[in-house]
Design a protein around this ligand. Structure first.
Ligand code: CA2
Length: 161
């Protein structure tokens, strides 16, 4: 199982500023935690960060070959990017959206996500833990959707006279 992890704009600054909102954990520390969890789940993760919307769109498109799912924090593009939403729809890979902060508890402009309704699910408000919960959720989703169907014939009830 191979998962593409994408961090959106400004997340490279994590841990250095706005610690009261986004915490003190650096992006490198989150990536290390994701890599460790991925090892435990026997999942391969490819982790990237970009400040450019187009680059994120290209990476999502390219995930069509070689990846089973996407874990993404689109950051501010969550609330603005129809292009990222369209790319997620186009690749049709199970996608989980994560946020460090609880976007529903913040300014009104952060309440709407262009990605949420095309994602398998969203995890928001648990700081760095949102990423780990998101990876576990995506892994569980992919594992259950891969399970082979039962092939045995259905049991039929005898009709009474
Ligand atoms: O809570 C989240 O994870 C967000 O996706 C973070 C975005 C914000 O625009 C979303 O509404 C919610 C912002 C990421 C910026 O990260 C910074 C980190 C340190 C210093 C400055 C910005």
């Amino acid at each position: 199982m191979r998962i593409l992890v994408l961090h959106g704009p400004n997340l490279n600054l994590l841990g250095s500023r706005e610690q009261s909102i986004y915490g003190t954990t650096s992006l490198d520390a989150i990536d290390a935690g994701l890599t460790k969890l991925a090892d435990e789940l026997t999942v391969d993760v490819d982790i990237r960060q970009s400040n450019a919307e187009g680059e994120l769109v290209t990476w999502i498109q390219e995930a069509r070959s070689g990846y089973d799912g996407i874990l993404i924090n689109p950051a501010a593009y969550t609330h603005t990017s129809v292009a990222i939403r369209d790319a997620v729809l186009a690749v049709a890979l199970p996608t989980v959206e994560v946020h460090l902060s609880n976007i529903q508890g913040r300014e009104a402009f952060r309440h709407h996500s262009h990605v949420a309704d095309v994602a398998v699910g969203q995890v928001s408000g648990f700081g760095a833990e949102s990423y780990f919960l998101g990876l576990r959720g995506l892994h569980a989703h992919l594992t259950s959707s891969r399970r082979p169907r039962k092939t045995s014939a259905p049991v039929r009830k005898k009709r009474g006279r």
